[in-house]
Ligand binder design. Structure first.
Ligand code: ZN
Length: 352
């Protein structure tokens, strides 16, 4: 990828692309339209009950502004769809989450945009005066409006795919609500599922999906700046476009190559692992992860992982043998690292 395409400026639009059938199909040709018809045109919403419904694949990227890989991947996929002109049976929409933070190249401006989606936080947003919005509240209101527009027009299944990346090196992994459809999509993607993370997090975008009754899954594609992270996002997007039925597969999509890329990047990792320990960094602590650790790497009991304490010199050793998850190699956040164990692939109905 050329370096200049990595730059985001104030003119970057929140809508990365929108393609598909939901808004534009003539009643005489239900369900199918050529890709180019809806590109870049918002169009007028079809009235409810028209027979042109299909699945909606709604993708958000850069909910954290320092995670640009998902935006690059979406741009590539939309550009390729324009070239390929496949038949659409549904709708594909790509949105930038925290546009201001993305332009600034930082995780967030004032508050983490992936902690603002609880019912309480959304009620606060609804009650607040939009004229006084700033920072993440402004970003969230704009993003929410775009999402609500799509949800209001959706007739078929809605799948929300939220693209993230991590500060440390990592193979791709998924975080999802514990519902059967999410497990099914995880199996189709062939990406390991990290369980137990949501116990420590309140108000992620996944909560919004669960509350509104649509499938919502997060893909952590790899390290924030790595080219391979863009590729993982890109491959997963192609696989989901086909498996959700949004587009009809064609040989030019090279789906087998995308599946192989994902399979290679996750080789040797269990289909699911569950977090059993979180190292919480104290407010006064100077925490430094030892260099070179990678997510999903096996560590043994007693192994030196980090230095911490008020002095920044206290050795932090692994209290157990297990799988290291998300070692922290950035300044923000209170999670030093997590430890996980292989977990059965479950299909547990989530209680909303
Ligand atoms: Zn993120």
């Amino acid at each position: 990828m050329k370096p200049e395409t990595r730059v985001f400026d104030a003119g970057t639009p929140r809508l990365i692309g929108q393609l598909g059938s939901t808004r534009r199909s003539a009643p005489s040709s239900p369900g199918a339209t050529r890709a180019g018809l809806a590109l870049g045109s918002a169009g007028s919403p079809a009235a409810r009950g028209e027979p042109d419904g299909g699945p909606l694949l709604l993708v958000t990227a850069a909910i954290h502004g320092n995670e640009p890989a998902g935006v690059h991947a979406l741009r590539r996929v939309f550009a390729r769809l324009e070239e390929l002109q496949p038949v659409f049976r549904g709708r594909f929409v790509g949105l930038i989450g925290n546009l201001a933070a993305l332009v600034a190249g930082q995780r967030y401006e004032e508050s983490d945009m992936n902690r603002l989606w609880s019912k309480r936080a959304l009620a606060e947003l609804a009650a607040a005066d939009p004229a006084l919005d700033k920072a993440e509240r402004k970003q969230q209101r704009e993003l929410l409006a775009a999402i609500e527009t799509e949800l209001a027009q959706a007739r078929g299944e809605v799948v929300h795919f939220d693209l993230h990346s991590t500060s440390g090196d990592s193979p791709p992994f998924l975080v999802q609500n514990e519902d059967a459809r999410s497990w099914e999509l995880a199996r189709e993607l062939g990406v390991p599922v990290l369980r137990g993370l949501l116990k420590n997090l309140d108000g992620t975008v996944l909560d919004f999906g669960a509350a509104r009754g649509f499938t919502s899954i997060v893909l952590e594609g790899g390290q924030n700046e790595a080219e391979s992270t863009i590729e993982h996002h890109e491959s997963a997007l192609w696989m989901l476009l086909v498996s959700t039925g949004v587009v009809e597969e064609t040989p030019a999509m090279e789906l087998a190559a995308h599946k192989l890329r994902i399979a290679r990047s996750t080789s040797g990792i269990p289909a699911a692992v569950e977090i059993v320990l979180r190292y919480a960094i104290e407010p006064s602590e100077r925490f430094t992860m030892l260099p070179g650790f990678k997510s999903f790497e096996h560590v043994v009991q007693g192994q030196l992982l980090a230095l911490g304490g008020p002095s920044g010199q206290r050795p932090i050793r692994s209290p157990m043998s297990g799988i290291l998850i998300m070692p922290r190699y950035q300044g923000q956040g209170h999670d030093g690292f997590f430890l996980a164990r292989p977990s059965p692939v479950a299909s547990v109905a989530r209680v909303a």
